[in-house]
Design a protein around this ligand. Structure first.
Ligand code: GLN
Ligand code: ZN
Length: 756
């Protein structure tokens, strides 16, 4: 047993440093890899990450954190929450796992949604009153067999049920608990010494009864698992007022996220029962920056003195699932910037350094932390992070620079006159199918096989085809189709100062899907126009208006790793100014419509409602600032990929956009109700682009008619519910033709009913 404080991790990245898991999964789905080969590949990956973490000097390593697809889905399978439509498939089989994850010809998959406030997506378990839970412990046992001294990670029963959909799933707790009890007994019998039970739901606003449910579950689990060392892990925020009751649970160890919620440390220390250990989540598991080891050691040392080393563990704030593998590998990055970064591998090293440093006297420790300290100092003083011009400009803004010149009602007639559109104008959200040819050309261009000039020629030909097709289809407001964009955030990140992009900084988004979030490390500004020439090329081909297409400041932040040395509202302000500069250039080039996508505005909502107003204030201000410099007769569209606005319609109104397009095709149009008094125009999606299904024209007409019951025709637009880049032209052309036909028939209709 090592002396001093131990180090622990709650979970490791699992896709493989080169996305090996994705490669293996996709080969398996194509039928090129057998199930046994897939499992072998997965085992090798899992083993390798444990070996690496052990080599880095981590004392407590996780198991069952690995997943072929998603850990919430694994939990559903573990406890037997298998919806009827999959019941005929064999328990424990890959077939069942992937059927629930991806659906079959006859059974739609589980729904997917965001894992708390991260960009990871989990599959939503379905729990019905008749769900019969039963244990299949094969996976955690197999991982324990592979690595005997690991601490299995289990998603706790209350979080599991809270994430599930169904009729008040938490009522199923008493039926579920025997399965958890049995699981713990099995793990213990199998040789597990400790188990980590994650209850991240504890950092959210708790409905009545949830905390009591956690207490009940812990009484039962602790009784069933006598002799097992149980950790309760809560992360992504603070426990708030639940803290004292959580500390009093019969757990041997409580893990706290002290990066998101450092303020809970003191009260936790004050209320910690004598027999309980504290796992201090002091290394940021969600972001990519090196830690201030000196500062952490200074905070931890007195706690160690007070409680004793055996009652303290050091850990990342949450699972390392949310950061890429290794910053060291990013040889394409500016070495200075690279030196500031800590991905998963470097975070494990930081933990080991912290542990070593805590066991040393001050001067040895200072020597040990010197390289980390130097990197931090360099970052603080670097010309790469600070740009006086940007700062002066952001600081000199006054409130009226957030607002457009006139009100929406005053702008509308000016825009109507300039655009001369028919009622119920038709348009799309921006991207058109990203075909294999487009991806291929981009790849060859990136690899240096296709010259810049040839690539440009290729893209222009794509745009020309896209404009021609849209004219033929009869759309009123056209788009250039975004063929030049690899991704709506990365494209701009590659062109704005203050951002860096990585070569292998992949993190799992869902299943085999990985993303490479850009790194926003410094003050942001726009060295030169980013989209104007593409827009101009497209507009020159047609007499109809072509929308300029931008990604908004909040979405840029939400889908990037953001600097931690500057408050989010300031960062948003800089981004807003930079993107606003582009909007103004589009306007000067002649664009009559500029669309600013804020796909992630809602995702950014903080977990706790008390924090929401603050977030919405700066996020919406950033959007307003982006659009503010545009003339009254320039129409600003905003697109958002969701429609459950519920209580924040008011916030949406404050965006002061002229036209709002939302995802509504999958939901009931009743959600348009709150928009009845919305000052601007609305385009509720009438074509669900998330499915390959091409809706009929009558169906879309019907949806329009229903929309008109909530929003007057003069304020309605007709569009799909999101960008079309994931679809194929074979689907898109007929779908858009039917959309246009539906709009035309509605224009002729005089009532809100659809003629048979
Ligand atoms: N303009 C983007 C597109 O059409 C918007 C995508 C999004 O909001 N997710 O692809
Ligand atoms: Zn969208």
């Amino acid at each position: 047993m090592p002396d001093g404080v131990q180090t622990a991790v709650l979970g490791l990245p699992r896709i493989g440093p080169d996305r090996e898991l994705k490669v293996a999964l996709e080969a398996y789905w194509r039928g090129e890899l057998s199930g046994a080969e897939l499992e072998r590949a997965a085992r090798a990956l899992h083993r390798r990450q444990l070996v690496d973490a052990a080599a880095a000097g981590i004392d407590v390593l996780p198991s069952n954190d690995f997943s072929l697809y998603d850990h919430v889905l694994d939990t559903a399978l573990l406890v037997g929450a298998i919806p009827d439509r999959f019941r005929h498939l064999e328990r424990g089989s890959l077939e069942l796992l992937f059927a629930m994850a991806r659906g079959t010809d006859t059974a739609p998959p589980l729904e997917m949604t965001k894992w708390f406030d991260t960009n990871y997506h989990y599959l939503v378990p379905e729990v019905a009153p008749e769900t019969h839970f039963s244990l299949d412990p094969a996976k955690p046992l197999a991982e324990l067999r592979e690595a005997a001294r690991t601490r299995p990670v289990i998603l706790g029963p209350v979080s599991f049920l809270s994430l599930a959909k169904g009729d008040r799933p938490l009522r199923a707790l008493d039926r579920l608990l025997p399965v958890y009890e049995e699981l713990l007994r099995r793990l213990h019998a199998f040789g597990a010494q400790a188990v980590q039970i994650d209850e991240p739901v504890l950092v959210t606003d708790l409905d009545v009864g949830v905390l009591a449910a956690v207490e009940r579950s812990w009484e039962r689990m602790a009784a069933a698992a006598r002799g097992l060392d149980l950790t309760l892990a809560a992360y992504f925020g603070g426990l708030g007022s639940a803290l004292p009751r959580v500390l009093a649970l019969p757990a041997r160890e409580i893990h706290l996220d002290l990066v998101c919620a450092p303020e809970q440390l003191e009260p936790a220390l004050a209320a910690l029962p004598a027999g309980t250990r504290l796992s201090l989540g002091v290394i940021d598991g969600r972001n990519v920056w090196r830690s201030d080891l000196e500062a952490i050691a200074a905070r931890v040392e007195p706690i160690v003195d007070r409680l004793g080393a055996d009652r303290i563990r050091l850990a990342p704030s949450c699972s390392l699932l949310h950061v890429p593998y290794s910053a060291r590998r990013e040889q394409g990055l500016d070495p200075e910037l690279r030196g500031w970064l800590a991905f998963a591998e470097e975070k494990l090293e930081e933990l080991a350094l912290l542990k070593a440093g805590l066991a040393m006297g001050p001067s040895d420790r200072a020597r040990l932390f010197a390289p980390a300290h130097a990197a931090l100092e360099a970052r603080r003083g670097s010309a790469h992070t600070h740009d006086d011009h940007v700062r002066r400009r952001a600081a000199s803004l006054c409130d009226d620079e957030l607002a457009r010149r006139s009100t929406a009602a005053e702008r509308a007639p000016q825009q109507a006159e300039r655009l001369a559109l028919p009622p119920l104008p038709t348009t799309t959200i921006g991207s058109l199918p990203q075909t294999t040819e487009i991806r291929d050309a981009r790849r060859r261009h990136d690899a240096g096989e296709l010259s810049a000039a040839d690539y440009e020629r290729f893209l222009k030909a794509e745009i020309r085809t896209a404009i021609g097709l849209q004219e033929q289809i009869g759309l009123d407001v056209l788009v250039h189709g975004e063929p030049e964009r690899n991704d709506m955030v990365q494209y701009f990140a590659e062109r704005l100062a203050g951002f860096a992009t990585t070569e292998a900084g992949w993190v799992q988004s869902y299943g085999s899907r990985c993303v490479r979030p850009p790194i926003l490390f410094g003050d942001v500004w726009r060295p030169k126009p980013m989209t104007v020439s593409w827009w101009r090329y497209a507009q020159d081909l047609t007499a109809r208006p072509v929308k300029g297409m931008l990604t908004g400041p909040v979405t840029m932040m939400q889908w990037s790793f953001v600097r931690d040395d500057e408050p989010a509202p300031q960062v948003a302000r800089q981004l807003a100014l930079a993107i606003g500069d582009e909007a103004v250039d589009l306007e000067r080039a002649g664009a009559a419509i500029v669309q600013i996508d804020e796909a992630a505005l809602r995702e950014g909502l903080p977990l706790r409602s008390a924090d929401r107003d603050g977030y919405l204030r700066w996020a919406i201000d950033a959007f307003r600032l982006t659009a503010a410099p545009l003339r009254d007769d320039t129409q600003v569209h905003v697109h958002m990929c969701y429609s459950e606005f519920g209580d924040f319609v008011e916030a949406i109104a404050r965006l002061d956009a002229d036209v709002l397009s939302i995802e509504a095709s999958r939901s009931s149009l009743d959600l348009l109700e709150p928009f009845a008094d919305y000052p601007a125009q609305v385009g509720p999606g009438v074509y669900d682009i998330h499915s390959p299904r091409v809706p009929s024209s009558v169906e879309m007409e019907e949806r329009l008619a229903r929309a008109e019951r909530h929003i007057p025709r003069e304020r309605l637009w007709v569009n799909p519910d999101c960008g079309l880049k994931t679809r194929r032209w074979e689907e898109v052309v007929p779908a858009l033709e039917r959309l246009v036909a539906a709009a035309q028939r509605r224009r002729a209709a005089t009532t809100t009913a659809v003629a048979a």
